[in-house]
Design a protein around this ligand. Structure first.
Ligand SMILES: Nc1nc2c(c(=O)[nH]1)N[C@H]1C(S)=C(S)[C@@H](COP(=O)(O)O)O[C@H]1N2
Ligand SMILES: [Mo]
Length: 352
């Protein structure tokens, strides 16, 4: 709630709690906690003192516990990292797909502080056979299509898990992690869609095979065909993407000068260029870019000032290009579960 008693977030579902950030009004590099989107598969877990212990299990089923106070005493990293839900912008898919009908606000970013996961693991735990690391959250419940009660659980391939920027985070914007965002620990996996950033982390398991589970090999898979499950592949790296923040869609503007602005981000390399069109894609102009400076992962901000002399309707588009050569497509990559929407961002305005 804000000081007017109005909600800060847009509710998509209450139980479990799924709420969107007011992304069109977020101008800071660090989203204040009360504006951070919330994405949950299950009701919030009930935490107790045992949640302050992280369980590490190696390939031989040997267990070890690490307490929060031990993490606090270790060297930490602080990184500005956006979390984007794989279902962000899902509402734009046509034909429609099941799942939360997210618009553009299932993304937020801020400063995460934690211990690089690789520094928490012992050499003896990482044997030659180790293939993946599995992360389990403290939340659980029934999942349609799956027997019984299951926890939220996912794995990472070894090279991503051991990347120096993959963190076991315990602070957001210099404050202890809030309960809704994973207190006391969550994983932060830069450059990947946020399903990988497991909240309420309680168990880390090193395995010598490929993990499968409902949140790994059923959800968070792209199924590109409408009528069969063939050609499926896992959701991992963020697509190159941008969002027009202002003007808002369906705005009525006075003729004269207006600033078009927004954010752009990618999971591969950096944003190299953002192009804006005022004529629904016939001509494009480069926007001015501004970068936060302290992180390669941060979204960038872009803007362009334009004089609207003629009255009438305009379709404004933004299109980001990253240093790996990826460009936002004109039309989205449709898939059954509606992940990874990254078609050009579009608003329709009227100038009078
Ligand atoms: N334990 C647990 N971790 C989780 C989830 C969850 O439901 N349970 N949801 C994931 C998904 S799909 C997203 S998009 C992000 C959302 O993080 P947030 O609620 O802090 O914004 O957390 C990820 N980590
Ligand atoms: Mo998500």
């Amino acid at each position: 709630m804000n000081h007017n008693g109005k909600p800060n977030l847009t509710t998509r579902s209450i139980q479990p709690e799924n709420q969107e950030s007011p992304i069109h009004f977020i101008k800071k590099w660090e989203t204040p906690l009360s504006y951070f989107y919330r994405r949950n598969h299950f009701p919030y877990p009930i935490l107790n003192q045992y949640n302050y212990w992280l369980q590490v299990i190696d390939g031989q089923s040997k267990k070890r516990y690490i307490h929060l106070t031990e993490l606090l005493a270790m060297p930490t990293s602080t990184l500005t990292v956006p979390l984007e839900c794989a279902g962000n912008k899902r509402a734009n898919f046509s034909p429609k797909v099941y799942g939360e009908q997210w618009e553009a606000g299932a993304i937020s970013q801020g400063k995460w502080t934690g211990v690089p996961l690789r520094n928490l693991l012992n050499d003896t735990e990482l044997t030659m056979e180790a293939q993946e690391i599995v992360f389990e959250g403290a939340d659980l419940g029934k999942k349609p299509g799956t027997e019984g009660i299951v926890p939220y659980k996912r794995s990472l391939p070894l090279e991503k898990a051991l990347h120096p920027d993959t963190l076991v985070a315990f602070q957001y914007n210099d404050q202890p992690l809030s309960v809704k965002h994973g207190h006391p620990f969550r994983l932060i996996v830069p450059n990947w869609y946020a399903m990988a950033s497991v909240k309420w982390l309680r168990k880390i398991e090193i395995i010598n095979h490929r993990f499968s589970g409902p949140f790994q090999t059923d959800d968070y898979m792209y199924y590109p065909n409408e009528n069969n499950d063939q050609g499926e592949f896992p959701v991992t790296t963020l697509n190159v993407n941008s969002t027009i923040q202002q003007p808002l869609n369906y705005s009525i503007l006075n003729s004269g000068t207006h600033k078009v602005e927004g954010i752009a981000w990618t999971g591969r390399g950096k944003i190299k260029e953002v192009q804006v069109s005022f004529d629904n894609g016939q001509t494009w102009t480069k926007a001015n870019l501004s970068r936060s400076g302290d992180s390669d992962y941060s979204w960038i901000r872009w803007s362009l000032v334009r004089e609207f002399t003629n009255i009438g309707e305009y379709t404004i588009l933004s299109r980001a290009v990253d240093s790996s050569g990826r460009v936002q497509p004109d039309s989205p990559y449709w898939n059954q579960k509606g992940y990874g929407y990254n078609a050009v961002s579009k608003v329709h305005v009227k100038v009078e």
